[in-house]
Design a protein around this ligand. Structure first.
Ligand code: PAM
Length: 414
């Protein structure tokens, strides 16, 4: 049986027109967890669902080298970083990231996050109206730098945040938003290279348990220090994704605004509830639309023969919203996580599979911890007004955010 084929010589335009809904809508239309299309001039197989993500994270079947398009590397990821490695080189590099997340360092992270919220809260009370989105990204970058041992002067904060934010904001962009992301990456890599060089020259001595130290002194499997460029890319692979958590925190604040009963429950101080709330924010709101991998060697699945080198996209957003996996998927309901099995393949906002060995996001725990501390802080310690504005977010723009960037005013203490 042949798998469904999307008609058309090339469907990149459709993808850009439909955004987050492109793959899920076709899975619905074809009543199939697998279909074939053409994107950027190439044949692409799109898959989604729990079984599909299990296949996608089978490293005998898929590899990551050469998967991310150049335009995504020139903005979001950078070149030669952990995301595009395979096999032993990947495991060794992934271990570098995982080694930074000891229980003590996660505890430090929670404390730093709480402290930075106190500082921000204090400053916000002196202002009238501001963008919760932009201000939260600044808080996140302060957290990231303090935790990673990276010096950040107050006068740099605005520009550095704008740069890291522009790299994230560029991942599904064409035109000016893409070019902004490129410029931002060039400037950020220059900054990070300079820091690594200073550490290697002994002009800076970051503590040994920090990401700054780890990236400066990590040795690859051949025993050599990372090139200055790769060390800079990997240091940014810590600072940028932590800044990106700002988007999730902002979506959490949006959930509290749109579903006020959830704010009340967060205020009850029930840590189990706030953890479920965080999970539901990551499931419900759109962030990563899909992930890519290339077929490593021929295999068959879902009635289809996958040939070596074929690009396969895993439907991240659609898997988190599939009605077979989630009851009333378009309802915001943190309590649904009481019944969640904990499968590494059905809830995949930051990828699926094994944390330590596979390509699942190394920063997923960090994300959950930072979100929980941040959203508990917003619910329990702050009052603010949400002026009349357009809080709708597009399902086409990738990544997406409320049109108004979530303005708040009159911040006080609760
Ligand atoms: C980070 O690394 O900064 C964390 C946030 C990034 C999440 C992005 C996940 C999206 C992966 C690939 C995007 C390809 C989009 C191409 C659209 C045409």
């Amino acid at each position: 049986m042949a798998i469904p084929h999307e008609k058309g010589l090339d469907n990149t335009y459709q993808l850009l027109k439909e955004g987050f809904r492109y793959i899920p809508e076709r899975r619905r239309k074809f009543q199939s967890d697998i279909f074939q299309t053409r994107l950027l001039g190439k044949k692409v197989i799109c898959i989604g669902g729990e079984e599909a993500s299990e296949i996608f994270y089978d490293e005998e079947k898929f590899k990551r080298k050469g998967v991310a398009p150049n335009r995504v590397k020139e903005t979001l990821f950078g070149k030669k970083g952990v995301q595009g490695l395979d096999d032993a080189a990947h495991k060794h590099r992934k271990q570098l990231f995982m080694s930074l997340m000891t229980p003590e360092r996660l505890k430090d992270l929670r404390e730093i996050t709480r402290k930075q919220w106190q500082v921000a809260h204090n400053n916000w009370q002196k202002r009238h109206t501001m963008s919760l989105f932009h201000e939260t990204e600044k808080v996140m970058l302060r957290v990231a730098c303090e935790w990673a041992g990276v010096p950040l002067f107050s006068r740099e904060l605005e520009q550095r945040t704008r740069d890291l934010a522009a790299m994230i904001d560029a991942f599904g962009a064409i035109g000016p938003r893409h070019w902004k992301g490129r410029t931002a990456r060039n400037r950020s890599e220059k900054w990070a290279k300079n820091l690594i060089q200073q550490a290697r020259d002994g002009k800076r001595q970051p503590s040994e348990n920090t990401a700054f130290y780890a990236m400066a002194w990590h040795r690859d499997l051949n025993g050599k220090l990372l090139s200055l460029h790769t060390a800079a890319v990997e240091l940014l692979n810590i600072l940028r994704p932590i800044t990106a958590i700002g988007r999730y925190v902002m979506f959490g604040a949006l959930a509290m605004h749109d579903f006020p009963e959830t704010r009340k429950k967060l205020q009850s101080g029930d840590a189990i509830y706030s953890r479920m709330f965080v999970q539901e924010v990551r499931r419900y709101y759109p962030f990563g639309p899909f992930l890519g991998a290339k077929v490593r060697q021929k295999f068959a699945w879902g009635g289809h023969q996958f040939n070596k080198g074929t690009l396969v996209l895993l439907d991240v957003y659609g898997t988190n919203h599939h009605p077979d996996l989630w009851k009333n998927p378009d309802e915001f309901s943190p309590e649904r996580f009481k019944e969640w099995s904990g499968s590494p393949f059905d809830f995949i906002p930051q990828g699926g599979g094994d944390y330590n060995m596979g390509h699942r996001c190394a920063g997923e725990w960090v994300t959950v911890e930072i979100m929980q501390v941040s959203l508990e802080y917003l619910a329990n310690h702050m009052n603010y007004k949400v002026p009349e504005q357009n809080l709708n977010y597009s399902m086409v723009r990738m990544p997406t955010l409320p049109k108004s960037r979530f303005a708040i005013s009159d911040v006080t203490t609760r």
